[in-house]
Design a protein around this ligand. Structure first.
Ligand code: NAP
Ligand code: MG
Length: 503
């Protein structure tokens, strides 16, 4: 890039009157701030959503939801108790028995369409709320989370009157009431993945969002009211892990759907063992992004960056391990270093930001500890010298080269913007290394050869294998894991089958 002196830029920006753009740390241009300005329309206090109404928690307790980018309080969220969870289940059961379970699919479809349209109408407002509450860059919540959430409602609205074709030759029926618990990394999107298929199939729901990101869930409750969804069909209970446990262990639900860590997934499996409840678990991952020497390297580098730095690496299917073919390893590493030097880390509400805030102080501590273990175990670390905001939770994009399979950073989920780079020599070695993990959620393959893509996608033990791309989603395409990444699918026909009885 041309240096500032060579370009002879004016010292004051003609547009803003502020000091002219300057080059910071060598390669990165400073831009004028460009915050998204839509009003997120936040309430100061959010109650529980039970039986179609916002209701105060029985014990009268609330907790704060903060903006991780600034550590400022955004709103108070109701702390549910076991009695509140029970009230939510009673409402869901009554709604199933009296209304929703009897409604024809074509009628349920109308509600799902309405929810999707209302979400589209309020898309900018929801994107800002999602970014403020969770810390993800506005360009992601605006261009990915919110439109994808609406797409899931549209897609499942389309299925609701065609359920006879979900399992040709067999009859499908709803399960009844389902209990759902979701994590903080894609709050609105995970909500849509859970609600839309459950409702399309004719089930009613009690759902708990993650403690740090309840706001868009409760904003969606406003949309459910505006859509005229019958009371009790969807109920939201908020709070920490003990509320999750109350949701999962209640006797009413016929099925439990959980997305979160493998650690909590194992607790759930133990506590539900021996019950009649159906279960789907969407858990952690340690995906390999595999780059062969015949790959289009510049595109691969973009895919790798998208795979691990998207949403600060708070992605279950993040391409957190890069397996690179030895002949191009040095070249790819150099390109990656150059690329991450120009990623903008900072205020997520700014439209230029690439890497926003880490979701919570606890998560920042976990990432920091994992990175320290990588250094201690002898891997070579590279971080660009970007400036981080003084307040809030931030972490620099981080590359580790010289990583071996025995390193913790190669085996454990970090859930942050940290890439571990390993090399391989042959196709078989790539497959062996990629599969050498307790997880099996996703993988990426970068190569010019179609036959190699077919071989890799057959032999990689991962629920999704992307070829010459990464992090591509579609509601019609099922998503889910192998091994410790869980079981069951979300999206597509397979996702619907996990919400019905077959006869
Ligand atoms: P987490 O700690 O497992 O929490 C997930 C949800 O479960 C939260 O709502 C949490 O409540 C609740 N919870 C915690 N302990 C519980 C317990 N003992 N019983 C019942 N519920 C409990 O996971 P997270 O840190 O929020 O999310 C990150 C994890 O989710 C990563 O491992 C990631 O890979 C995984 N994930 C997987 C997928 C997928 O599709 N496979 C998608 C997204 C994320 P609190 O809010 O109080 O923690
Ligand atoms: Mg928050």
């Amino acid at each position: 890039m041309t240096s500032l002196a060579e370009k002879k830029l004016p010292r004051v920006s003609a547009r803003s009157g502020r000091p002219a753009p300057e080059l910071i740390f060598g390669d990165l241009w400073e831009f004028d701030p460009s915050p998204e300005t839509a009003d997120p329309k936040l309430k100061t206090r959010y109650d529980l959503f039970i039986d179609g109404q916002f209701v105060a928690p029985k014990l009268g307790k609330y907790f704060d939801s903060i903006n991780p980018a600034s550590e400022q309080k955004l709103a108070e969220i109701a702390q549910a108790s076991a009695a509140d969870v029970d009230a939510a289940y009673q409402a869901a059961k009554a709604a199933y028995d009296n209304v929703w379970g009897k409604l024809p699919g074509r009628e349920r479809a109308k509600y799902l369409f309405r929810i999707a349209r209302l979400l589209q109408d309020r898309a900018r407002e929801f994107a800002v709320a999602e970014t403020l509450d969770g810390g993800k860059p506005i360009k992601e919540s605006r261009d990915f989370d919110v439109p994808m959430a609406a797409a899931h409602f549209f897609y499942h609205a389309g299925w609701a009157d065609k359920l006879d074709y979900v399992a040709p030759g067999r009859k499908v029926a709803p399960l009844g009431v389902v209990g759902q618990v979701i994590p903080w990394n894609f709050p609105l999107l995970m909500l849509a993945w859970k609600l839309a298929p459950a409702l399309a199939m004719g089930n009613t729901v009690v759902l708990k969002p993650a403690e740090t990101t309840s706001i868009t869930c409760l904003k969606l409750a406003e949309i459910l009211q505006d859509a005229g969804l019958p009371p009790g069909v969807v109920n939201f209970v908020t709070g920490a892990g003990d509320v999750g446990a109350a949701v999962l262990n209640h006797p009413i639900p016929a099925k439990i759907a959980f997305t979160g860590s493998t650690e909590v997934g194992k607790i759930i499996m133990r506590s539900l063992a021996g019950t009649e409840k159906k279960m789907t678990l969407e858990l952690g991952g340690k995906a390999a992004n595999i780059v062969f020497d015949d790959a289009p390297l510049n595109q691969a580098v973009e895919g790798i960056v998208n795979g691990i730095f998207f949403n600060q690496g708070h992605v279950c299917c993040a391409g957190s391990r890069l397996l690179v073919h030895e002949p191009v390893a040095e070249q790819v590493l150099t390109k990656l270093k150059n690329r991450i030097k120009v990623l903008r880390v900072g205020d997520p509400i700014d439209k230029n930001t690439d890497i926003g805030a880490i979701n919570s102080k606890e998560q920042l501590q976990k990432i920091t500890a994992m990175v320290a273990s990588g250094v201690k175990e002898g891997a070579e670390m590279f971080q660009p010298a970007c400036r981080l905001p003084a307040k809030g939770f931030y972490f620099r994009p981080t590359l580790f080269s010289g990583v071996s399979m025995s390193h913790r950073i190669a085996r454990e989920e970090i859930f942050g913007p940290v890439l571990s780079i390993l090399t391989f020599r042959t196709v078989d070695e790539a497959i062996e290394r990629a599969n050498n993990t307790a997880y099996g959620l996703s993988a990426g393959v970068w190569t010019d050869k179609g036959s190699r893509i077919l071989k890799m996608s057959t032999e990689l033990k991962a629920g999704v294998v992307w070829a010459n791309t990464y992090n591509k989603f579609d509601p019609a395409s099922p998503f889910g894991g192998y091994k410790e990444s869980g079981f069951g699918r979300e999206g597509g026909r397979q996702g619907l089958l996990d919400y019905c009885k077959l006869s």
